[in-house]
Design a protein around this ligand. Sequence first.
Ligand code: INI
Length: 156
Amino acid sequence: MHVVQGQLSAEGRTFGIVVGRFNSIVTSQLFNGAIDCLMRHGGTDAAITAVYVPGSFEIPQAALQMATSGRFDALICLGCVIRGDTPHFDYIAAEVTRGLGHIALQTGVPVGFGILTTDNLEQALERAGAKAGNKGWDAALSAMELLQVQSQLKKQ
Ligand code: INI
């Protein structure tokens, strides 16, 4: 039986992190979580590029350019969409999710999905380093794991 499982290592890999500035009180914590995760798994400062965009809607546009540049082994995308009184939330949440899924499948570059979609700020903060963990950390870990799975599949 062949079992393919990604090792959790960032060593020797380049990472691009795209961060939405909207709700930055949350996304800055997602960013800290992602950096902490990469560093604790052998990543280096020089191998990480952080790109800031206005909000979650713009994240796929920057991610596409980065994914097709050949400069990044994996991407980690971080944003926070909080529900308001209008349907705006649904449009932005759907667009960023669809866009990032499309980029991952079309380019093959692993994309860690660290986009929070919550009903309120409290739920978002809980997922950005408080009682529900840090989704930025999780997104970095997922990008790293998929990168390693891809390497192993190539060797098979
Ligand atoms: N962007 C977010 O990342 N989160 C939000 O909750 C949000 N809301 O609610 O409006 C948001 N809007 C900005 C949007 O992503 C674009 O930056 C903006 O529309 C300019 O294109």
